[in-house]
Design a protein around this ligand. Sequence first.
Ligand code: 3PG
Length: 311
Amino acid sequence: KSPSPAAAEAKSEAAKNVKIGTYFATWWALNVVFNIYNKKVLNAYPYPWLTSTLSLACGSLMMLVSWATKIAEPPKIDLEFWKALFPVAVAHTIGHVAATVSMSKVAVSFTHIIKSGEPAFSVIVSRFLLGETFPPAVYLSLVPIIGGCGLAALTELNFNMTGFMGAMISNLAFVFRNIFSKKGMKGKSVSGMNYYACLSMLSLLILTPFAIAVEGPHMWVAGWKEAVSEIGPQFIWWVAVQSIFYHLYNQVSYMSLDEISPLTFSVGNTMKRISVIVSSIIIFRTPVQPINALGAAIAILGTFLYSQAKA
Ligand code: 3PG
């Protein structure tokens, strides 16, 4: 006997939820590993411009090999595609390097607490630059986001201005990346995985000259020798893990964007930050005062209220 249409629908709905749940769990797990290894590397080797470049280079290489060996189907793209991708890549590059510079200066948890304030930046940019208006509940939800982030920043034991500003610049850049990305993907038949692959490659081209100008090979080589002598040969593995996992978590997040709305995506991203904040505090034994944790909790609660208000 064939199942009723209602039962079949419930089954396909359940299968879809399992698929999205698997994407989310994979995305968060990969992201936690990236954040831990990225910080281990930065503690021993404080060259965030190079480590950000290596993450993009590693992802680009992985995708070129996947296309060449037909593990992944190469995308059919033209010059128009690259032109539309350019502003997305500029924003992605700025957001990525700014977050990495931030994490080289402050605790991983602090960077991610400030990054949980991204919805506030999204509303402010959409309101003042794009003239979009929102229901009052959306504006009200910004009060706990901004207040919570502010409280966490004021009570952070190891506050550092570069670390704070890096996370703030990253927030602003990623809001623009998401706005440009939505425009750039419209009507295009490129999968999330290939879209992110092209984004990595273009960002790599943009970032490399700046990384050389800001840090440069002299510093990199001297620092590398020091890190290897201090940590041992496993330092190279740490760099490899942070680079590979950076690409993988972003790839999975772009793949999940194919399946879910941007709103569900931003809720997923905030939940991801909770797992990063908690696990990095445990692993790096980051000192946290109760008032500091309260600020973080209020900010994160605010982003949930924001997503509810926006839905
Ligand atoms: C980066 O290096 O790009 C940031 O850590 C990414 O931040 P995300 O958590 O917003 O992806």
